[in-house]
Design a protein around this ligand. Structure first.
Ligand code: COA
Length: 326
């Protein structure tokens, strides 16, 4: 039997992780870049070591409400199916129990059979199915940004304040079970509703009288440099949850598109540092809807979004949110 030890991650492990995750998915992987941030954060980082080499990694993030979010599990391609994913998951579960978590969650791409089977073997069940919608904003900002469909005039878009939180819980309860962005979700609850990091914005659409009609969880704009010669530089923004009355949701989407547009425009004018200066950028917006949000999904399609097929395709496209009691 292979001698593998599971231990907390340390900075020297990054080089191994970078090497064995370089081609995890067709688009690459984010785990090696996230690893140093994970180490500095309050979550648990577990690595699997064989001889001198690190051959597996995973991270557990904790929500304000104390739920455990399992993410970024990776096993070196030459070491798969040897029980390492199982050992990393066991470490995650016992670490989360020690921290007092009573529920664990994770997101798995619907076509990822290996990861789904691993989660199932630990008693995780799929509790939500998120559909990923994508839109590339056409053209480039020469003449004032995206079309305004009129909805934005009626609403002020602003960050949510604690006074808004009970109203957001009411709005969310009718439509979504999970909130968050950038591929990390948490169950809807009063403790979880505030932004979890500086990367996340919780925005509301409110009328002049101050009444809130919709809410969006929006990530900060992230950049995808070209992977191959000739590919565009991409700026992306992710809305992991959006809910409320449709005209107000529409105003939030207008806001997100305008913001993304501004970012691309700034880069084109050479105001950003880096190789993208002066280049045309592709602007992409991702919006996730839960399984009770069919009408929002239809609205997104009418607004020029498509169901994202970058990682997956076909009827099974989407992301499962799995959960289990700890
Ligand atoms: C998912 C992953 C971490 C599993 O790691 P692993 O070390 O190979 O998993 P294990 O050997 O511990 O497998 C444990 C159980 O998971 C299931 N499983 C793992 N790989 C599987 C596969 N390819 N097909 C079907 N079931 C699989 C089986 O139930 C397995 O038990 P068994 O071998 O007794 O049948 C690994 O395949 C990987 O790194 N994949 C790429 C990254 C990824 O997709 N991460 C998850 C993103 S959500």
């Amino acid at each position: 039997m292979l001698q593998v030890s599971i231990r907390p991650g340390q900075p020297e492990d990054e080089k191994y992780i970078r090497e064995f995750t370089a081609t995890t998915f067709e688009w690459g992987d984010y785990v090696a870049d996230a690893f140093p941030t994970w180490l500095k954060g309050p979550g648990d980082v577990w690595v699997a070591q064989h001889l001198e080499r690190v051959v597996g990694v995973t991270h557990v993030h904790y929500t304000r409400n104390g739920e455990a979010w399992f993410e970024g599990i990776r096993v070196h391609p030459s070491y798969r199916r040897l029980g390492i994913g199982r050992l990393l998951t066991e470490a995650s579960i016992s670490g989360a129990r020690k921290k007092g978590a009573t529920m664990a969650f994770c997101a798995i791409d619907s076509t990822n059979e290996a990861s789904s089977a691993l989660a199932r073997s630990f008693g995780f069940e799929k509790t939500e199915h998120m559909i990923e919608h994508e839109k590339t904003l056409a053209g480039h900002p020469a003449g004032g940004g995206p079309q305004n469909n009129g909805a934005s005039h009626e609403y002020e878009i602003r960050p949510a304040t604690p006074q808004d939180y009970p109203r957001l819980i009411d709005l969310a309860a009718q439509e979504v079970r999970f909130i968050g962005c950038n591929f990390r979700w948490r169950p809807v609850s009063l403790q979880n509703i505030a932004p979890e990091s500086s990367e996340e914005r919780v925005l509301v659409a409110a009328t002049d009288s101050g009444e809130v009609f919709a809410c969006a969880f929006m990530g900060s704009v992230w950049e995808d440099p070209p992977r191959k010669e000739g590919e565009p530089w991409c700026f992306n923004v992710d809305i992991g949850a959006v809910f409320g009355e449709l005209p107000a949701v529409s105003a939030l989407l207008d806001y997100a598109e305008t913001r993304l547009w501004g970012h691309g425009s700034k880069a084109k004018r050479g105001l950003e540092n880096g190789p993208e200066v002066g280049r045309e950028a592709e602007l992409r917006i991702f919006v996730y809807t839960g399984q009770s949000q069919n009408s929002l999904s239809s609205y997104l399609l009418s607004r020029g979004f498509t169901v994202f097929s970058g990682l997956t395709c076909g009827a099974k496209a989407g992301i499962g949110i799995w959960s289990r009691v700890l």
